[in-house]
Design a protein around this ligand. Sequence first.
Ligand SMILES: NC(=O)c1ccc[n+]([C@@H]2O[C@H](COP(=O)([O-])OP(=O)(O)OC[C@H]3O[C@@H](n4cnc5c(N)ncnc54)[C@H](OP(=O)(O)O)[C@@H]3O)[C@@H](O)[C@H]2O)c1
Length: 256
Amino acid sequence: MPSPLPAFDLNNQNALITGSTDGLGKAAAELLAQAGAHVWINGRSETRCDQVAAKLRKAGLKATSLPFDVADETAAELAFQTLATAGGLSILVNNVGQRDRRTLPKFTRNDLQSLLNVDLISPFRLSQRAADQMRANGYGRIVNISSIAGLIAQSGDAAYTSAKAGINGMTKALAAELGTDGINVNAVAPGFFKTEPNAAAAEDPALLEKLQNATALKRWGNPEELAPTILFLASAAASYVTGQVWAVDGGYTSHY
Ligand SMILES: NC(=O)c1ccc[n+]([C@@H]2O[C@H](COP(=O)([O-])OP(=O)(O)OC[C@H]3O[C@@H](n4cnc5c(N)ncnc54)[C@H](OP(=O)(O)O)[C@@H]3O)[C@@H](O)[C@H]2O)c1
């Protein structure tokens, strides 16, 4: 299917979207596939990856299941060997991120290390591997899924906030280092989106009232509303955009 605008055409590009069997990652994978990319569907559940990839293929899109735990170095290395054999990666969307809302006294060193391992170290390591393949082709796009929690903070969320602020710093640092290799690195910082981890919160009238006061758009976001920004940053259209962290939050961080 031809893309309406050439700069957004992702044909002949392999795109790995981590955590793409659900939520924001799944919506991004669907849109990137519609723009022509061969999307590699990731999550820890092989069954779910197979199902999501099969559904996309049934719709005439290019998709392959690539299950692995982003925190498992050996599995990640094997996955990148598979991608190299398939022609190399052009687009990496580092989407996986765990949340653990506990107050400071309840966080052990192991808890902290475990969260940082998934939310910060793994995207860093996957970006290193992706950059090796992108450098060889002189072109690449890395899009990190951060959070408004990397920009502003709330009580009881210190580990996640630290990790997401780290993602923002990593985005700028990788952009600075990889720019001359033709690799642009950006982040998006979602606000409140209706995904499975927020299922209970989405039913909470007090939180809805808070969002109605705090966001310019006065509502939750839907996963499909993050994907277009990811598509832009993953495309050739973003040729002069790098090192940025873009809030996609209905105006939560821009409005008071
Ligand atoms: N939703 C929001 O409102 C919101 C707001 C700000 C930021 N974010 C960020 O957006 C990203 C996606 O959030 P979401 O709400 O869409 O999450 P989600 O609905 O929970 O999606 C999780 C996806 O990640 C996969 N996954 C989890 N741990 C994994 C691991 N270690 N290795 C590989 N895959 C793994 C899951 O599959 P398996 O379980 O099979 O592994 C699933 O595909 C996160 O980085 C989150 O911090 C979300």
